[in-house]
Design a protein around this ligand. Structure first.
Ligand code: MN3
Length: 194
């Protein structure tokens, strides 16, 4: 397989009590693996295998052949989005220098961490059905955007992704049932903006 999911950078209990062990195991072993398998199988023998990274593929989405757009968007996005998701939790470690820089950028753009968190939660709540809420950088400023299903802001020209929160029910249902708001309020504790 050319494009791979990342190794979890923390133990499966590492996100407790905010995200439970069972959710991490199911989400990482079943859902994330599913996107990895589907994407690699779906692009086998095509020119997409020549790209160095999924990030490059997503940034070049407009030029992807029509017949490969669905697998790129759904499975490639799913694989890449979850790589971002697992990478961003400050679990069993401290903030990196790069994350401190991102936090400063967020505060400079939003005024306060609370204003940023409120918009992140409000926009996450406003997604109908499955999707992601993102903090992205455009023209040096932080913006909060959303995508549906497994689409990714790089497909729409975002310069850089700071944070990406999965709001598919599989990300929270085992612990929080249908309560997306409580999940979002809890997951903040694991992010650089805590
Ligand atoms: Mn997911």
């Amino acid at each position: 397989m050319k494009f791979k999911k990342i190794e979890l950078p923390f133990s499966v209990e590492g996100l407790e009590p905010y995200i439970d062990r069972e959710t991490v195991v199911t989400h990482y072993e079943k859902h994330h693996t599913g996107y990895e398998t589907k994407f690699n199988e779906g692009i086998k023998g095509t020119k997409l295998e020549k790209y160095d990274s999924i990030e490059d593929i997503l940034r070049d989405f407009d030029n992807i052949p029509e017949e490969l757009k669905a697998v790129t968007k759904n499975a490639g996005g799913g694989l890449y989005n979850h790589n971002i998701y697992w990478s961003q939790f400050v679990a069993e470690r401290n903030l990196t220098k790069e994350e401190v820089g991102k936090l400063e950028l967020i505060i400079n753009s939003f005024g306060t961490k609370d204003a940023f968190i409120k918009e992140l939660i409000d926009k996450g709540m406003a997604i109908f059905g499955s999707g992601w809420v993102w903090a992205v950088v455009n023209d040096g400023k932080v913006e909060i955007t959303t995508t549906t299903n497994q689409e990714n802001p790089l497909m729409y020209g975002a310069q850089e992704i700071l944070l990406g929160i999965d709001v598919w029910e599989h990300a929270y249902y085992l612990k929080y049932k249908q309560d997306r708001k409580i999940y979002l309020e809890n997951i903040i504790n694991l992010l650089i903006v805590k």
